[in-house]
Design a protein around this ligand. Structure first.
Ligand SMILES: *[C@@H]1O[C@H](CO)[C@@H](O)[C@H](O)[C@H]1NC(C)=O
Ligand SMILES: *[C@@H]1O[C@H](CO)[C@@H](O)[C@H](O)[C@H]1NC(C)=O
Length: 531
């Protein structure tokens, strides 16, 4: 009996301690649950769009004449890929007079699986759009003759922080009584100070009304309106409605963290220290003789620059030496996987990409490329590659995307560039360059090399980077290419033959299918044209 009572007492004591411990560790802040898939901002936008869609019947009766030369420049939202036909088929015509050819991409899939592929792509695309669109992408039109004054852009708030909304006022509106409504969707409104003879309703909420019969007092009050973001998002936009009877205005407040900088210490002033600024990255596969020639040539000009080598050969050999990092990968992992690995190990501000069969010469002046990146906003700058024949290539490409409907967009690639860069007469702005480029390490890491592209790939990196990479090309920094053109009197080594089999597969091969399949599904293109 006694021991039973003792056990019960002990049990009660234990539960009290447990409850106390639980209470102590219980989160004191109440957390709300938010639906991150629903964007409240976008609902407001729909309402805004509807307001402007009512056609103006007075205007629709006025006749007009289309100016074809200009109208044809406008995107039609239903792109097509057209090649150029005709012309004579002589050897080297493609080199001398490049013609545009068009390629459908759905051929990467069997006819039987195409419908299913299209449906799946549409589903993924829809969710991509949901993730990537913010209220900042929605068209906002200021209505005619509004007495409302408000900020059109440049209002920023950090997530969950508070700001004063600058510039709110009402002008030239004779009335007996003024009433202003302000409505937000991702935060609350309030006032940092109160003004006499002004009535405030809904302060601390998403919908606030400010009213007064004195316009100067109302305007004074509007100078103290605050916005507090309440729904956390590291980068989005709130669309705020600002209205008084008969007049409406809409403006946006950007909600975002500041960009965290990644800065590199570039050393003392004076000449660029290439060893401190640049890492040379390459990928090798079977060609150790060529790689050694590359390393030897680099060392003649840059004895202390770090070289990162990614290697997916079947029987890797040891490559050692000062300032060399050799990373061995599983056999045949491929071209882009190797680039990714090499670039991921770079710790300098810039990374120079070279192929393992390049040779540095006195014309391979990395300082020049560093200078371009240091003194412009470019993220990546390509050089030139000289073939054994003396022909020098920069392989500049412009890339553009035309919107299509549910079949996908059209990708157009053309040789060429956009502008010459002021102060650098040998350099131009373009979208894609040759396999020899210097780039900001963090930007290349952000875009990344899709490791699914194992064999045939190069421009895919620039397609993925379109819109985030600012690309240039200079033809006065030249690296030599160990002979690629097969000269009949030079016999190919065994490793060269194996290499060629892996690296240059035929157009009907799996590798080409994989590439076209990625362009079709991942990038949502229906077709591509290039010259
Ligand atoms: C302001 O909001 C209130 C509801 O809170 C509404 O009754 C009133 O009509 C609105 N005024 C204007 C000018 O939109
Ligand atoms: C250049 O940078 C390297 C590596 O950071 C350093 O060891 C070397 O002393 C620097 N050279 C000069 C001249 O500053």
């Amino acid at each position: 009996m006694r021991s039973l009572r003792k056990t019960v007492l002990l049990a009660i004591l234990a539960s009290v301690v447990l409850v106390l411990a639980l209470l102590h560790s219980w989160p004191t802040r109440a957390y709300t649950t938010v639906d991150l898939w629903q964007q409240p901002g976008l609902l407001v936008e729909r309402h805004l769009e509807e307001r402007f869609q009512e056609p103006d019947h007075q205007l629709s009766n006025i006749p007009y004449h289309v100016r074809d030369s200009v109208a044809s420049l406008l995107a039609r939202n239903s792109c097509v890929c057209e090649g150029e036909s005709g012309g004579v088929n002589l050897p080297f015509t493609q080199l001398l007079f490049p013609r545009v050819s068009a390629h459908p991409l759905h051929t990467a899939f069997e006819a039987s699986e195409l419908e299913e592929m299209k449906r799946r792509r549409a589903k993924e695309y829809k969710s991509f759009q949901k993730r990537s669109k913010t209220a900042a992408d929605v068209l906002i039109i200021a209505e005619a003759n509004s007495p409302l004054q408000y900020p059109t852009q440049g209002v920023d708030v950090r997530p969950l922080k508070t700001i004063i909304i600058p510039g709110l006022a009402v002008h030239n509106l004779p009335r007996d009584h003024y009433s202003i409504n302000i409505t937000a969707t991702l935060g609350t409104l309030n006032v940092a100070a109160e003004v006499d003879a002004v009535r405030i309703k809904g302060d601390g909420e998403m919908h606030m009304t400010i009213s007064s019969s004195l316009l100067p007092n109302l305007n004074r009050q509007l100078q103290f309106v605050t916005y507090t973001n309440t729904l956390f998002n590291p980068s989005t936009v709130d669309t705020v409605q600002f209205e008084t009877e008969g007049h409406q205005a809409v403006f946006s407040i950007k909600i975002r963290h500041g960009v965290t900088p990644k800065l590199y210490n570039t050393g003392s002033k004076g000449e660029y220290n290439v060893s401190a600024l640049v890492t040379i990255a390459t990928k090798t596969f079977l060609r150790y003789d060529k790689l050694q020639d590359l390393i030897d040539s680099i060392r003649r000009y840059y004895p202390t620059v770090t070289i990162v080598i990614a290697d997916d050969s079947e029987n890797p050999k040891t490559i050692s030496g000062p300032y060399i990092e050799h990373y061995i990968m599983p056999f045949g992992k491929g071209w882009f996987a190797g680039r990714n690995l090499a670039v991921s190990q770079v710790t300098t501000k810039y990374v120079l990409w070279v192929d393992d069969d390049f040779i540095f010469t006195a014309n391979t002046k990395l300082e020049k490329l560093v200078d371009v990146l240091e003194r412009t906003t470019l993220d990546l700058v390509g050089g030139a590659v000289r073939e054994a024949t003396g022909y020098t290539a920069t392989y500049r490409q412009t890339i553009s995307i035309e919107p299509g409907e549910e079949d996908g967009d059209c990708l157009h690639m053309r040789r060429g560039f956009h502008h010459v860069i002021q102060g650098f007469p040998n350099c131009v702005v373009t979208d894609g360059v040759i396999n020899f480029f210097l780039a900001r390490t963090d930007k290349v890491q952000q875009v990344g090399f899709d490791p699914r592209l194992a064999r045939v790939a190069h421009l895919e990196f620039f397609i993925d980077g379109l819109g985030s990479l600012h690309v240039g090309s200079c033809d006065d920094v030249i690296v030599n290419h160990a002979s690629k053109i097969k000269l009949p009197w030079v016999s190919q080594s065994e490793s060269d033959k194996t290499y060629a089999k892996f690296r240059y597969p035929s157009a009907s091969s799996d590798a080409t299918h994989t590439k076209n399949g990625l362009l079709y599904f991942k990038n949502r293109f229906q077709c591509l044209t290039h010259n």
